[in-house]
Design a protein around this ligand. Structure first.
Ligand SMILES: [Zn+2]
Ligand SMILES: [Zn+2]
Length: 154
């Protein structure tokens, strides 16, 4: 699956530049967490990242992973969505885009639509607060899950 159009090499370069500019050390730990983020499709949560890098970084804690991800978000390298601490998801795609969320496997797919990004927001929303960005969530069953369900039937 093509996660999104930004290639990992370019992302890594941006990552290193951003940290250096902010005066933050590019440690092995931070680098590994960011690399893991880039290669994990479907907007991983912190626990997934933690599990995947635990073999490479046996001394790392889940808390460190959280704090590192929040640092990346503060630097604008990734987006966070989801509000509950444990359900936070992290997105290396910081360009305007929308999400297709598979209700079966939980994978979140990116998609782009100028039309949706320029959507006319109803007054009801403006009454609640100031809009910072428009990111829609479409829920459904992804083709991969549908195909798997199909193949287990036969
Ligand atoms: Zn799915
Ligand atoms: Zn996304």
């Amino acid at each position: 699956m093509q996660r999104h159009e930004t290639d990992p090499e370019a992302l890594l370069e941006i990552f290193q530049k951003t940290l250096i500019q902010a005066g933050i050390k590019v440690t092995h730990q931070r680098l590994e967490i960011f690399k893991e983020l880039c290669k994990t499709a479907g907007h991983p949560d912190a626990e997934t990242i933690y599990k995947n890098i635990a073999s490479k970084l046996p001394t790392i804690s889940l808390d460190t992973v959280y704090r590192t991800l929040q640092l990346f978000a503060k630097l604008g390298l990734i987006d966070i969505f989801g509000t509950q601490y444990s359900r936070m998801r992290f997105d290396t795609n910081t360009k305007p885009h929308h999400h297709f969320i598979c209700t079966n496997c939980g994978t979140i797919y990116d998609f782009y639509s100028e039309e949706l990004s320029n959507l006319n927001i109803p007054d009801a929303v403006r009454k609640i607060g100031e809009i910072q960005k428009i990111q829609l969530e479409i829920k459904g069953i992804c083709h991969q899950c549908a195909n798997e369900a199909e193949s287990t039937k036969t």
